[in-house]
Design a protein around this ligand. Structure first.
Ligand code: P6P
Length: 335
């Protein structure tokens, strides 16, 4: 039996299989997802080598967020941009690392626009903690040259979203709006193989994931919700545990697979969130909803929010539907 049959199907075979269900498809979406896989492999190679060739550590420069740019951030950013430019499927990109959008020359341009965080969790690089790339894909919404406002659309208009997690293994998770599918990189063949198909987030909460040291800044209601959840733990049995890595992609991926709620409340007085709407919260919210979960800013569905800035931040509660609803109810009570 061939290796591929032993390991199931590759990312490319998976997208081509899905493409056949759309007779009018020209293959551009398949090509885009495949090329995102290529970018993931190239970035994974750099991440794996970071410790050996001293790539990690800061470059001494700062990005549009005013954060110190880790060398891997820059390499991941430049890699993602170049691979997507060469794909012929993308008209423009928005990156956490870039102030403005990145237009693609007409001769290489395509039907999609992509917003991405090239290496989320980069502050953990030096601690050898899993990090990841997050991406959101939209159809371009007009034939003229793409401008910033073409990215300021509700996340509900995404046609696909996903992430690549550089952890104990390299995994690529994406949704095309129909299912959430997970692929794991086989280093010996260099192929992403399907390892989890049509992933659904467990409805029963097992894990709480949040930075407890932010408690002084939490809006009223969060403590009440957390107390109500922890009350499920009795002398006899622990039902709920806490797991928080501080790397969004890692925390989200674990919660998706095991059944966890991630909370990053906005500041109680400024209302300002930490996580980015366009290229962190929207793509993960799309995945969460297709996996049967939910994502909210505490009042509204994340995917309904209308961004006013490429780098807009928001509060985020994402996980099992019932838990997100419970957080919203506690916040509405405000006690
Ligand atoms: P805090 C990492 O810097 C990041 O952007 C996310 O990956 C992570 O969830 C969050 O910030 C952690 O933020 O304030 O808890 O350090």
């Amino acid at each position: 039996m061939s290796l591929a049959a032993d390991f199931g199907i590759t990312l490319t075979q998976h997208v081509l299989r899905n493409q056949h269900q759309h007779p009018d498809a020209r293959g551009h979406f398949s090509q885009l997802i495949t090329q995102i896989g290529v970018a993931g492999k190239l970035i994974a190679a750099q991440v794996r080598r970071a410790g050996i060739i001293e790539l990690w550590g800061t470059t001494g420069t700062t990005n549009v967020q005013g954060e110190t740019v880790q060398k891997l951030d820059r390499i991941a950013n430049d890699t993602f941009i170049e691979v997507l430019k060469r794909s012929g499927c993308v008209a423009a990109m928005a990156s956490e690392e870039e102030t403005k959008i990145i237009p693609v020359p007409k001769e290489m341009s395509g039907d999609y626009v992509v917003a991405f965080d090239p290496l989320d969790g980069s502050s953990n690089i030096d601690a050898n903690v899993s990090i990841g790339t997050i991406f959101a894909i939209y159809k371009r919404n007009n034939p003229r040259d793409v401008v910033d406002r073409d990215f300021l659309r509700p996340g509900s208009e995404q046609v696909a979203a996903g992430y690549i997690i550089y952890g104990s293994s390299t995994a690529l998770v994406y949704t095309d709006g129909v299912s959430v599918d997970c692929f794991t990189l086989d280093p010996s063949s260099g192929e992403f193989f399907l390892t989890r198909e049509d992933v659904k987030i467990p409805e029963r909460l097992k894990v709480l994931s949040l930075n407890e040291c932010n408690e002084p800044y939490w809006p009223a209601g969060i403590q009440g919700y957390l107390r109500s959840v922890k009350a499920q733990n009795t002398e006899e049995k622990r039902v709920i545990s806490s797991r928080h890595i501080g790397s969004l992609v890692s925390d989200f991926h674990r919660n998706l697979v095991k059944g966890g709620l991630f909370l990053y409340p906005p500041h109680k007085t400024t209302g300002r969130g930490k996580l980015r709407l366009l290229y962190e919260c929207n793509p993960l919210a799309f995945i969460a909803e297709i996996a049967g979960g939910a994502a909210s800013n505490g009042k509204q569905r994340i995917l309904d929010l209308l961004p006013t800035d490429l780098h807009e931040r928001t509060g985020l509660y994402i996980g099992p539907k019932a838990e997100v609803a419970a957080v919203e109810a506690w916040l509405a009570k405000g006690e």
